[in-house]
Design a protein. Structure first.
Ligand SMILES: [Zn+2]
Ligand SMILES: [Zn+2]
Length: 150
């Protein structure tokens, strides 16, 4: 017997974080290699607004550590070893300044883990708050459900 998915020649959609991460990095590389950045996204998702300039200015800049130089630790975006100035994100991922800054001028999240920085966009911040509230509400409904039926 064939399953629905065999018949329709497709596989169940499942979000695969590894693929999404590759998509995102790919997008950044295209952005960096091409000034004419179009908004055509590989994973059908709208980009969040740019990170707040104030926040970006406050991200710590540093030189690569001796360990990073010795081990030739590579920037996840351009895959070249850290050499000049590195920026640490709050999520503890770090990138070349020259790789991260153009990206954060496009959207507010870490290329590796999508950790979001604050934006200057009040509408987006409001949307984020609503999303948090909704998550919280769902969590409490689940808890209530579990306490009654669990
Ligand atoms: Zn880089
Ligand atoms: Zn990160």
């Amino acid at each position: 017997m064939t399953s629905y998915f065999d018949e329709h020649d497709c596989v169940p959609t499942q979000s695969n974080p590894a693929t999404q991460e590759e998509d995102l990095l790919d997008l950044i590389r295209r952005l960096l290699s091409n000034d004419e950045f179009d908004d055509h996204l590989p994973f059908g998702e709208k980009l969040a607004p740019p990170a707040s300039k104030q926040i970006v200015d406050k991200l710590p800049r540093r030189k690569p550590t001796e360990k990073e130089i010795l081990e030739q630790t590579k920037c996840p975006v351009c895959l070249l070893p850290y050499d000049d100035v590195i920026i640490d994100m709050p999520c503890e991922h770090c990138f070349h300044k020259g790789c991260l800054l153009p990206w954060l001028q496009k959207t507010n999240n870490c290329p590796m883990c999508r950790h979001e920085l604050l934006t200057d966009d009040p509408a987006y911040e409001e949307y984020k708050k609503q999303k948090e509230k909704e998550k919280d509400r769902q969590f409490r409904v689940e808890q209530l459900h579990n306490s009654m039926f669990g």
